[in-house]
Ligand binder design. Sequence first.
Ligand SMILES: NC(=O)c1ccc[n+]([C@@H]2O[C@H](COP(=O)([O-])OP(=O)(O)OC[C@H]3O[C@@H](n4cnc5c(N)ncnc54)[C@H](OP(=O)(O)O)[C@@H]3O)[C@@H](O)[C@H]2O)c1
Length: 345
Amino acid sequence: MTKQLTVAIVGATGAVGSKMKEQLIKRKFPIKHIKFLASARSAGKEIEFDDKSYIIEEATPEAFEGVDVALFSAGGSVSAKLAPEAAKRGAVVIDNTSHFRMHPEVPLVVPEVNRGDLAKHNGIIANPNCSTIQMVVALQPIREKFGLSKVLVSTYQAVSGSGVSAIEELRTQSEQWDAGKDVEANILPAKSDKKHYPIARNVLPQIDVFTENGFTYEEMKMINETKKIMHLPELHVAATCVRVPVVSGHSESVYIEVENDATIQDIFNVLKDAPGVVLQDDISQQIYPMPIYVEGEDPVYVGRIRQDLDNKKGFHLWIVSDNLLKGAALNSIQIAEAMLEDNLL
Ligand SMILES: NC(=O)c1ccc[n+]([C@@H]2O[C@H](COP(=O)([O-])OP(=O)(O)OC[C@H]3O[C@@H](n4cnc5c(N)ncnc54)[C@H](OP(=O)(O)O)[C@@H]3O)[C@@H](O)[C@H]2O)c1
């Protein structure tokens, strides 16, 4: 019989936490007991799960007593403080924030790519950045067959990637536009930065704040995390991350260079059978992935595959996935499932 586990969701009221609840039910994760943790603001409020009502508790170190798996998505500072406390009490932490991702002792895992890294954990496993996850799921099967030397990506990222308050901001701004009122911006492009710009009827070439080298933190996450997950420290990666007025579903235009000769049919054949990938590419029928059609769906969708006109080893791909699912909640639950199967839980 499958082991039954005590699960905690930290950040249960948030955009990612809500999807974690849905995924646990949908995937029939073996739950003996579940607890929902959030800030003191939500403690004492009710939350629905599988047709039952639960009381939200404040996330404190003691709340993790007896927990087997703690799914964290409450921001980096909460993970920094509480993930070690949960691990100390015997829980395996699967952390959605960026806090531990580049820590050398913390595995950063996308099960389709580097499941084997889970065995090296010391109580904390990091779930990668949403735009990185969907990209590496599509690139890994190509890399396995033809090698990979370069990845240049531009993203078109949905507002839900910035939490429930950003979804609300897009809705409010759209209403303000329609009513002919002044448009108010308080959250995007980055809540902690000096200026805020409207996302309704706009695109923002900034996600997160800027680093000293001119790339944003979001772009640096894609660059560094791709190399770590794929175990390719020398891979040439560059990213431009852009926020677009889409509620859910991140899209990416990706240019890659492979090491061995490949034809466009080779790339099609590899992606057709790749785990977690759905090939949606028939330009004669205008078939290609789009964010509104992938919302609520598990896979990573790939289309618009083209061989570069000047470099035979260069290929262009269009990659779309639900950022709250494969980009966050689903990947976390798949990590927990893989650990259960591999007797790591
Ligand atoms: N959205 C995405 O696509 C995505 C993808 C991957 C990773 N992530 C990461 O996941 C984290 C959450 O993202 P989100 O989009 O779900 O944000 P969100 O919608 O703003 O939700 C934040 C959650 O954190 C809780 N929280 C805030 N402060 C807390 C505290 N001091 N102690 C305990 N809980 C606290 C909130 O609880 P209250 O309701 O009580 O305030 C809420 O449940 C972020 O670190 C984000 O970078 C997000």
